[in-house]
Design a protein around this ligand. Sequence first.
Ligand SMILES: Nc1ncnc2c1ncn2[C@@H]1O[C@H](COP(=O)(O)OP(=O)(O)OP(=O)(O)O)[C@@H](O)[C@H]1O
Length: 227
Amino acid sequence: MIRLERLNKFYQQGDEKIHVLKDVSLQIQQGEFVAIMGPSGSGKSTLINIIGFLDHQFMGQYRFKGESMIDQSLSDYARLRNQNVGFVFQNFKLISNLSVAENVGLPLLYAGHRRKNIADQVNDVLSSVNLQGVGAKLPMQLSGGQQQRVAIARALITRPSFLLADEPTGALDSHTSQEILKLFIDLNHKSRSTIIMVTHDFQVARLSQRIIRILDGRIESDRSVDQ
Ligand SMILES: Nc1ncnc2c1ncn2[C@@H]1O[C@H](COP(=O)(O)OP(=O)(O)OP(=O)(O)O)[C@@H](O)[C@H]1O
């Protein structure tokens, strides 16, 4: 589904050109659960910004479902992002004065769905993350782990091609982190959701199927977890 070929990324900082991604080539198939690890500053966020169609400025090739991302317009990028990516962040990014149900339904509201239709889908997706019955609450009335489940429900509601999770357990204690990972494993097994997760934590990464390690902008290793 995702195919990167000799991807290079430079940032211009003043007179200096910083080479952040160096000949990164990788493929991620539909249904995989992949962890991306690497030290701070190694290029993980830069890489997932490109994979998630947030950054179109790179050298090399990115093919998504066979289609080349080179020469796509900015509106194509917005469409690709909205239709294909569910984003999950470290600090949840829920809107504090909207109810859980309103937060989860927001992507469908933006996409122009009708409210009745949204309510049904919100209930379904909240069930899929084991959060039945909390739709009327405000985010702050929930625990950190529950708030991350709400954020995952919001990411899933548009039925994206893949979930992109940036340090999804970074703000959670180890027990709650394991619960979120169990949910990812469950979604991956039951719904064949493709999950790409950045994490610093090997205890989290080892629960995925494949760990890609980035060091100084290069892929240092790319191994199945069973090996
Ligand atoms: N907008 C930018 N302009 C200039 N340099 C940048 C920019 N964004 C990132 N960088 C540099 O690119 C390198 C890689 O950054 P990136 O954020 O991708 O790393 P990371 O592995 O995600 O780090 P962390 O784990 O701390 O989030 C770093 O040296 C960073 O300073």
